[in-house]
Design a protein around this ligand. Structure first.
Ligand code: UDP
Length: 387
């Protein structure tokens, strides 16, 4: 069969590879001039640093099959994400704290030397608002689990900057991404497998796409008419974009990166968050620290600013507020009525997806498609609706 994958990011590459391996003819197109989507990495000519062009991507998963999959294509080297936060402590002065909120953060913040059980009791009895039994919003979730002081220092300002709205208007699910620990474990992620591709994500995705059954066309804008020349389309572009934004635009946050260079080590870590609302950026990333096995004199850094995506901006984070959810439901209905197209990945399903989940869903979609053909069903009958 002739398959079109729209988007040369993780979804398009993984689906394309699976179907090419099953004997199909796959065309992968992308509107950009490079593969890799937002995971794209590029070596900076001046410093030699591997730059995460669209912001940092750290691979972490509990999914052993997905971990095995990525390691088939690229050597993954150990990397633990250890994030710091510069924010105002209780004294009002700026300090550097450890994230995610852990025993070191709690002891430093409250100028104490508590052991795990003592800290747990202190937070639960003296800080947390235990009258909140079923937290719905980001703010309620924070107040329930860490209380006002830590919430205001680490989460409130950062979240207002990141999402452009008050944490009381955001779902609790966003904060649930972050653990609170009553030990000194400062690993940002709790997943079993964690690492970085030795030569970057673009090299890895290049190898996934490197198959005689796959042809890649860059600088190629998709139009729905293009699908007519194929037996099936896997579309990983924006859901609303597929329908020409006919019902309106789904809300996204976009990021502006202010790139700067430095000789030596600028901040001593890969990610420094800024918890205060007064500091206009959310974080500074120092890219050479994402590849600790390399050594470079020069350094490339990004100051990260978040704002509402306008037409033409790169969509990063789906907002999924109530009004977006209603619009999403209307687009999902349109998508379900569209035969011959499967909507996959972060943009086409309008979800805040991590890389491992994207790969898992891409593998499942490709396998589901194959199973559908094996049952003798028409390719056009296959569809996984966006969630
Ligand atoms: N967050 C925060 N303070 C921090 C880091 C994160 O308030 O220092 C909140 C913020 O709302 C963010 C969410 O937690 O959007 C999830 O954080 P994560 O680090 O997973 O965000 P990502 O790296 O995906 O942007």
């Amino acid at each position: 069969m002739n398959i079109l994958c729209v988007g040369a990011g993780l979804s398009g590459a993984v689906i394309g590879r699976h179907l090419a391996g099953a004997g199909h003819q796959v065309t992968v197109i992308d509107s950009r001039d490079h593969i890799g989507g937002n995971c794209h990495t590029e070596r900076d000519a001046e410093t030699g640093v591997l730059v995460h062009v669209y912001g940092p991507h750290i691979f972490h998963t509990d999914d052993a099959e997905v971990w095995g999959y990525v390691n088939r294509f690229e050597n993954f080297l150990p990397y633990k994400n250890r994030v710091k936060s510069t924010t105002r402590g209780l004294s009002g002065g700026r300090e550097v704290f450890s994230l995610p909120v852990n025993l070191h953060t709690i002891n430093q913040f409250f100028r104490k030397t508590m052991r795990p059980e003592e800290a747990h009791e202190f937070i639960t009895r003296e800080q947390a608002d235990t009258s909140i039994t079923d937290p719905q919003t980001f703010e309620e979730q924070a107040m329930r689990f860490v209380g006002k002081d830590l919430y205001e220092a680490f989460f409130k300002g950062y979240t207002v900057k990141q999402w452009g709205m008050h944490p009381s208007e955001l779902p609790a699910s966003i904060l649930k991404r972050l653990p609170v620990r009553f030990n000194y474990d400062d690993n940002y992620f709790f997943h079993q497998f964690q690492g970085m591709p030795e030569n970057g994500y673009t090299a890895m995705i290049g190898k996934i796409l490197d198959h005689p059954g796959i042809s890649v066309k860059l600088d190629t804008e998709f139009t729905p008419e293009m699908g007519e020349g194929f037996d099936h389309v896997f579309y990983s572009g924006p859901l609303d974009g597929y329908f020409g934004y006919e019902l309106g635009r789904l809300g996204y946050r976009t990021l502006d990166f202010e790139r700067f260079t430095h000789q030596g080590d600028y901040q001593g870590c890969a990610v420094m968050n800024y918890g205060e609302e007064e500091v206009p950026y959310t974080r500074i990333t120092e890219h050479k620290h994402f590849a600790p096995w390399e050594s470079h004199e020069g350094s490339v850094l990004y100051r990260e600013f978040s704002r509402m995506a306008e037409p033409g901006d790169i969509p990063y984070y789906p907002i999924r507020q109530v009004k977006e959810k209603e619009l999403l439901a209307a687009y999902v209905k349109l998508a379900e009525e569209t035969r011959g197209v499967t909507f996959v990945g972060r943009l086409a399903t309008y979800r805040y997806l991590d890389m491992d989940v994207t790969i898992r869903e891409a593998l499942d979609a490709a396998r589901g498609f194959e199973a559908c053909l094996e049952r003798g069903e028409a390719a056009s009958a296959f569809s996984t609706a966006p969630l």
